[in-house]
Design a protein around this ligand. Structure first.
Ligand SMILES: Cc1cc2nc3c(=O)[nH]c(=O)nc-3n(C[C@H](O)[C@H](O)[C@H](O)COP(=O)(O)O)c2cc1C
Length: 191
C-alpha cells in the first residue's frame, strides 16, 4: 500500500491555463451553490473621500466568455455613488477548500433592469427599497420601514480586467496574473 504524499497538489496548479480554469469553475459554482465561497465575494470600491470601502455581496451571474460578473444592489446604496464617480473596483474571494485566493480588478457598469424585477423572488425584493435610504442615520432601529421599489433595483455588471490568483500549496505557493489586454494568457508572479 502506498500513502499519498502529504504535499500532493491538484493537477490544475501546474499550469497557467489550469489555474485560470479553476478560478472560473469556482466562480460558476458560487452562482449555483449558496454554500460555495464564491457565493459571497467582497466588493471593494474607492470611497467618496478617497479611502477604500469593502463589503460582502452575492454573486448573481458570471459569463466566462465575456469575462463578466453580476451583482444586484440598491440604487441608493453608498457603493453606487462611489462607482458612479470611480467605476474601477475589485472583487475578492478566498476559497479555503482549494486554498485559492482570487483578486479580480473590474470596471463596473449599470445594466438596464427592465423585465428583470419580475424574476426577483418577493422575499428578495426587500433588499431593494426601504425608508430611509441605506446608510442614513436613525434615531432608533425602529425608525426604518421596509418597502420594495423596482426603481431602486440595480444590476452591476463587472467586467474583469485583471485577475490575480494565489494558491497556497503544501510544497510551495503559486501566484499568477491574467490580464484582459493579453487575452488572459497569464504570467507567473513571485508569491
Ligand atoms: C452575506 C451578505 C450578502 C450581501 N449581499 C449583498 C448584495 O448582493 N448586494 C448588496 O448591495 N449588498 C449586499 N449585502 C450588504 C452589503 O454588505 C452592505 O452592507 C450594503 O450593500 C451597504 O453597503 P454600501 O453602503 O457600501 O453600499 C450583503 C451583506 C451580507 C452580509
Amino acid at each position: 500500500m502506498t500513502d499519498k504524499p502529504q504535499t500532493a497538489e491538484p493537477a490544475w496548479v501546474a499550469s497557467l491555463s489550469g489555474l485560470h480554469d479553476q478560478v472560473w469553475q469556482r466562480l460558476v459554482r458560487g452562482v449555483a451553490d449558496r454554500r460555495a465561497p464564491a457565493r459571497h465575494p467582497t466588493l471593494a470600491t474607492v470611497g467618496l473621500d478617497g479611502g477604500a470601502e469593502a463589503r460582502t455581496v452575492v454573486l448573481r451571474a458570471v459569463d466566462r466568455s465575456a469575462g463578466t460578473l453580476e451583482i444586484h444592489t440598491d440604487a441608493l446604496s453608498g457603493k453606487v455613488a462611489e462607482l458612479q464617480r470611480q467605476p474601477r473596483a475589485a472583487l475578492h474571494v478566498w476559497d479555503s477548500r482549494v486554498r485559492l485566493q482570487m483578486r479580480l480588478r473590474v470596471t463596473v457598469a449599470f445594466l438596464d433592469t427592465a423585465n428583470r424585477w419580475q424574476r426577483i423572488p418577493p422575499a428578495s425584493r426587500l433588499a431593494y427599497g426601504g425608508e430611509p435610504a441605506p446608510g442614513a442615520p436613525l434615531r432608533s432601529p425602529h425608525d426604518y420601514r421596509e418597502t420594495t421599489d423596482p426603481e431602486r433595483f440595480l444590476v452591476l455588471c463587472c467586467t474583469l480586467q485583471e485577475l490575480d490568483v494565489l494558491h497556497l500549496g503544501g510544497g510551495g505557493h503559486r501566484r499568477a496574473r491574467f490580464d484582459r489586454v493579453d487575452d488572459f494568457i497569464g504570467v507567473w508572479l513571485a508569491p
